[in-house]
Write a protein that binds this ligand. Structure first.
Ligand SMILES: Nc1ncnc2c1ncn2[C@@H]1O[C@H](COP(=O)(O)OP(=O)(O)OP(=O)(O)O)[C@@H](O)[C@H]1O
Ligand SMILES: [Mg+2]
Length: 252
C-alpha cells in the first residue's frame, strides 16, 4: 500500500523541506519508490532536489487535473526518488482555490485519480502556513509528520497544529493520523535543546520519533548543490540521522 505523508508545521524554517528531501532520499535508497510533492510556492524541495521550478507540467497542472501524475513527475538524481515540481505561481493557485467548491479536496482528488501503486511513499512538502495548500495536503494524506525545531516557542505552535489536524480529521479526512513528530536542529550541548526534548517527550510520548536531527552544516549546504545530503556527504551526522529516521518511518 502507498503511504501518503504530509510534512507540516505552520512555523517557517523548522526543517520541513530538509526533512522531505532527505527522508525521501533515505527511504529511496532502501529500494523503495518515493514521490515527493512540492506543495510550497517557495519551491525549495524542487531546487533542493536539483530541479527547475515547473512552468507548466508541475504541481499546478496536477492539482487542477490538466495533466496526469506521469506527465507531471520528474526523476531526481537518487534512484527511486521522483518529484512533482513546485512553482511560485502556486501562491496564486491558493487564491483561486479559495473561491471554489470542494477547495479542500483538490490534491486528494488528483491523487485518487492517479495510479500510485508503484510508490511506497508519497511525501508532501507543505508551506509554512495553515492555509488551503496545507489543508489540501492534510486532506490527501494518511498521516502527518511534524517537524519541530529544538527552540523555545516550538511546542506552543504545536498545539495549534494538533488542533488543525483534529479539525481536518473531524470534517474531511477521518483517517488522518499524527504519523510522528521529529525534533530538528537539535544540539545536545545546548540546555535549551535538551529542555525542548524533555517537554516534547512528555507531551508527545510515542508520537515523538527517537531519532533527533542534529544541527549540521552539511544539511544546509546540500540544497545549494541540488542534492540530498546522502549524495553530498554520506558520512555527515545529518546524513546518518536521516537514514535513522527513514528506518523508523519504514518500521511504523
Ligand atoms: N538539521 C539542520 N541543520 C542545519 N541546518 C538546517 C537543518 N535543517 C534545516 N536547516 C536549514 O535551515 C533552514 C530552514 O530549513 P527548511 O527549509 O528545511 O525549513 P522549512 O520548515 O521547510 O522552511 P519554510 O517554512 O520556509 O518552508 C534552511 O536553510 C536549511 O538548510
Ligand atoms: Mg520549506
Amino acid at each position: 500500500m502507498t503511504r501518503i505523508l504530509a510534512v507540516a508545521n505552520q512555523k517557517g524554517g523548522v526543517g520541513k523541506t530538509t526533512t522531505v528531501i532527505n527522508l525521501g532520499a533515505s527511504i529511496a535508497v532502501h529500494d523503495k519508490e518515493v514521490l515527493v510533492i512540492d506543495l510550497d510556492p517557495q519551491a525549495n524541495a524542487t531546487s533542493g532536489l536539483g530541479n527547475e521550478e515547473a512552468d507548466k507540467k508541475g504541481i499546478h497542472s496536477f492539482i487542477s487535473g490538466e495533466n496526469t501524475l506521469e506527465e507531471c513527475t520528474v526523476k531526481t538524481e537518487v534512484e527511486g526518488l521522483s518529484l512533482i515540481p513546485g512553482a511560485r505561481h502556486l501562491a496564486g493557485t491558493e487564491i483561486e482555490l479559495a473561491t471554489q467548491d470542494q477547495r479542500e479536496f483538490f490534491l486528494a482528488q488528483a491523487l485518487s485519480e492517479s495510479d500510485l501503486s508503484r510508490y511506497d511513499y508519497v511525501l508532501i512538502d507543505c508551506p509554512p502556513s495553515l492555509g488551503l495548500l496545507t489543508i489540501n495536503a492534510l486532506v490527501a494524506a494518511h498521516g502527518v509528520i511534524l517537524t519541530v525545531q529544538s527552540e523555545y516557542y516550538a511546542l506552543e505552535g504545536l498545539s495549534h497544529l494538533m488542533e488543525t489536524v483534529k479539525r481536518i480529521k473531524a470534517h474531511w479526512n477521518k483517517d488522518l493520523s499524527i504519523f510522528g513528530v521529529v525534533l530538528t536542529m537539535y544540539d545536545k550541548r545546548l540546555k535549551l535543546s535538551r529542555e525542548v526534548e524533555f517537554s516534547a517527550e512528555k507531551y508527545l510520548g510515542k508520537s515523538l520519533f527517537k531519532t533527533r536531527i542534529p544541527r549540521n552544516v552539511r544539511l544546509s549546504e546540500a540544497p545549494s548543490h541540488g542534492k540530498p545530503v546522502i549524495l553530498y556527504d554520506a558520512y555527515s551526522s545529518g546524513a546518518k540521522s536521516y537514514m535513522s529516521l527513514a528506518r523508523e518511518v519504514m518500521s511504523r
